[in-house]
Design a protein around this ligand. Structure first.
Ligand code: PLP
Length: 376
């Protein structure tokens, strides 16, 4: 059996090695390392894939969130609501810009922002909502959009974990994750579903004016060379990363399929035990399984975590501490009873190996090792 990995980047590279190697060499020889034709072509190809008017490539997914918030003109003191259960980047940029993060609880089934908690958190200072499409499926965007419309708020979708997921509206129309709100952001960090071989990110919007503003902000606030109209940042996707992403983008749907197949295997194997809750997929979204995260009951989760490690099965606890309890983001306004779900999830969740290269021998070993422990 091949050694089991949490994410098998090398196994995925092996299958496209020739193309990638020759392309990287081509870019090196072109000497267009920044903002070259590869970046422009990738931008167009991603716009086409997502069916969105504008993609603005940038340096990473954290920058993408920050730049999106700058582009919307959010000002210090504005409140931005996001989920308590996400990677810290989401809340970090809110705080960094002097905005006020307001964390709210998530749904137990889907790990995504809870709409009732969202509604309760709105104040006259609220300016934006950041739904995170956690682990690969979309938050309840139709409900988020309704709340946003009622209170005149911006919606910034953090799509770092769900690129490629499809959202279906009640009227049957479909949109790609990240193209539903005012602006969407993603990350091309190597372990993400569409990963490059370094750092990368992008911002999506259908709004022409916002796209223009964002293109200036990523480039030092310049709209004309050496004329700085607004305070910007330096956030670029480099040409080598764009070239790699151009090879991987056409494979993204097949990558999603491979992840789904592995997820189906897990879910079927675990259907025999009541002590494992397998991922619940909302009916309005597909799931691209950035993570396959189970919730365990009547079982010592930390002991299971260690047991799997002892058997050579990597696994992880995403996330071990809710953001409202992190030193950097604690706030006297938060009450523990408002975070019933995240306070429970941190003790019950476990993410199993999930990537495009898992084979049935590995999946069988993982599921039987989990079940042997649970049923012992
Ligand atoms: C990975 C991730 C980010 C940040 O992306 P980077 O490219 O690492 O900066 C932001 N939000 C979520 C939900 C993520 O998973």
């Amino acid at each position: 059996m091949r050694k089991i990995q949490m994410v098998d980047l090398l196994g995925q590279y092996d299958k496209v090695q020739k193309k990638i190697d020759s392309k990287i060499l081509e870019v090196v020889k072109s000497a267009a390392y920044i903002n070259g034709p590869e970046v422009h072509s990738f931008q167009k190809e991603l716009e086409n894939y997502l069916n969105v008017k504008h993609v603005i490539p940038c340096a990473n997914g954290t920058d993408a969130l920050q730049i999106a918030m700058m582009g919307l003109g959010l000002k210090p003191g504005d409140e931005v609501i996001t989920a308590d259960f996400t990677f810290a980047a989401t809340v970090e940029v809110i705080a960094l810009l002097g905005l006020t993060p307001v964390l709210v609880d998530v749904e137990k089934d889907t790990f995504n922002i809870d709409i009732e908690s969202l509604k309760k958190a709105i104040t006259p200072k609220t300016k934006a909502i950041v739904p995170v499409h956690l682990f690969g499926q979309c938050a309840n965007m139709e409900a988020v959009l309704e709340v946003a419309k009622t209170h005149n708020l911006f919606v910034i979708e953090d799509t770092a974990q769900a690129i490629g997921a499809d959202y279906t509206f009640k009227n049957g129309s479909k949109k790609k994750a990240g193209t539903i709100g005012n602006v969407g952001t993603t990350s091309f960090f190597p372990s993400k579903n569409l990963g490059c071989y370094g750092d990368g990110g992008a911002i999506f919007t259908n709004n022409d004016d916002l796209a223009h503003t964002l293109r200036g902000i990523v480039n030092h606030g310049m709209y004309k060379r050496y004329y700085h109209d607004v305070v910007g940042v330096n956030s670029r996707l480099d040409s080598i990363q764009a070239a790699i992403l151009r090879i991987k983008l056409p494979l993204l749907n097949s990558y999603c399929d491979a992840r789904s197949k592995a997820a189906e295997y897990y879910t079927k194997a675990f259907s025999t035990t009541k002590n494992i809750t397998t991922p619940v997929i909302s009916n309005f979204t597909t799931h691209v399984f950035h993570q396959y995260t189970i919730q365990v009951k009547n079982v010592d989760r930390n002991a299971l975590h260690q047991h799997l490690l002892d058997n050579g099965i990597p696994n992880a606890i995403y996330y071990p501490v809710p953001l409202h309890s992190q030193k950097a983001y604690m706030d006297v306004r938060y009450k523990e009873e408002d975070f019933k779900v995240t306070n429970e999830l941190i003790n019950t969740v476990l993410s199993l190996p999930m990537h495009t290269e898992l084979d049935s021998e590995q999946l069988n070993f993982i599921t039987s090792t989990v079940l042997n422990f649970i049923n012992k």
